[in-house]
Design a protein around this ligand. Structure first.
Ligand code: UD1
Length: 363
């Protein structure tokens, strides 16, 4: 069986690492196609090194642009690659534009499509990711879900039961696998921060594209930074927006994007994390670190009901929430967040009726 993985943006890479490793152990043939959505070393190639994923077989170098431009370039360049690949399955991950583009191309070419991290819903279509999730799930032949609420969402949307496979969280596989190496980076020590530190990641348009919103977040972070270290590894678009609004974030330790293992080391030792990322909500739940998510909603409600996450609408409340934040005595891991999700993805692919039909035909 041949798998063709399509990835393109930072949150895809830890998910790919888990499935790639499990599929390699099962002896499957694999090809990695990188769309080039993310191209800076800190957002892309450093992950392949940190996670021991082989370099992509193909890089389509689509780069940045409007959603239409970027997605169109991906579709045009993916079509001959997927069409000529001889793949049995195209695997797509999460909810980024690369996921959507590959889903459209694979399904139109009649190549079977599996969506890893299917069924998550924020019910907020102002988020581009929500549109990507809905369309990708509609097209996929196999919906590999990270949590039971995702199964329920897919059923409610009318997806056939036989297309839904609960596998658990592949990103947690990679986190658990990578923790020893993350600790060895001693990144926290290098920065000289202790367990009182707060780590910040922000990049959603809803937070960084409105100057007024960004200023109110910056003011709150500066207030938090009066009491304790605040470390802010900023995504390139966030750095650009901060420069545009001219805020200097007094006392906040600004960094560029941080490599995967260093970020894990920072988060594991933190007092709390402030974020608008989806993946960070999950990672902090497993690490047992309080997470304050600057959003009105989340597609990952299990990180609130079973984890350490809390939604925060008003940035002005952050300093008080940070002061009161406490780690759980024992971090809880939701069902299937156990380090074995990648293996379950491979089992679901091997158990799929189309695979069995192929094996019988060969016999
Ligand atoms: C994308 C994903 C988002 C994910 C995030 C993680 C979509 C719709 N969004 O958002 O879901 O949470 O990745 O980082 O797919 N840029 C660089 N260097 C790069 C890539 C981008 O400087 O290597 C800058 C460019 O100015 C670019 C901007 O970041 O225009 C946005 O990049 P893009 O890939 O469009 O979206 P992200 O905000 O990164």
């Amino acid at each position: 069986m041949k798998l063709l993985h399509v990835v393109g943006a930072r949150p895809n890479f830890p998910k790919l690492a888990s499935v790639y490793r499990a599929a390699a152990a099962a002896g499957l043939t694999q090809q990695i196609v990188h769309t080039g959505q993310h191209y800076d070393a800190e957002l892309s190639s450093s992950f392949f090194g940190d996670l021991s994923i082989p370099a992509p077989d193909v890089n389509l170098s689509v780069g940045s642009g409007t959603h239409g431009q970027q997605t169109a370039r991906m579709i045009e360049r993916l079509e001959p690659v997927i069409g000529g690949s001889g793949a049995d399955w195209v695997l797509v991950y999460g909810d980024v534009n690369s996921t959507l583009a590959a889903a459209l191309v694979a399904s139109k070419l009649g190549v079977r499509l599996a969506h890893v991290e299917a069924g998550l819903r924020s019910h907020d279509r102002t988020m581009p990711e929500e549109i990507n999730r809905i369309v990708t799930d509609r097209l996929a032949d196999l919906l590999l879900t990270p949590s039971r609420d995702a199964d329920a969402a897919l059923r409610a949307e009318g997806e056939p039961e036989e297309e839904i496979a609960f596998v658990g969280n592949v990103m947690v596989d990679t986190l658990l696998h990578s923790l020893p190496a993350a600790r060895q980076t001693r990144f926290r020590n290098q920065l000289g921060v202790d367990g009182s530190a707060v780590i910040v990641t922000l990049h959603r348009p809803s937070n960084v594209d409105s100057p007024e919103r960004l200023r109110s977040i910056a003011a709150a972070l500066s207030e938090v930074a009066r009491d304790r270290p605040v470390v802010f590894p900023a995504h390139p678009r966030t750095a650009e927006r901060l420069a545009q609004v001219g805020t200097d974030l007094p006392n906040v330790r600004r960094l560029g994007p941080v490599a995967y293992l260093c970020m894990l080391d920072l988060m594991e030792g933190a007092h709390a994390v402030i974020t608008d990322s989806g993946g960070v909500q999950e990672e902090t739940t497993v690490l047992g670190v309080p997470c304050l998510t600057l959003r009105e909603n989340t597609e990952r409600p299990i990180t609130i009901s079973e984890g350490t996450n809390r939604l925060v609408s008003d940035p002005a409340t952050l300093p008080g929430l940070i002061r009161r934040a406490r780690r759980p005595a024992v971090p809880h891991r939701p069902e299937g967040w156990d380090g074995q999700a990648g293996e379950r993805v491979v089992q679901a692919l091997l158990a799929h009726p189309s695979t069995k039909a192929g094996v019988l035909a060969e016999v």
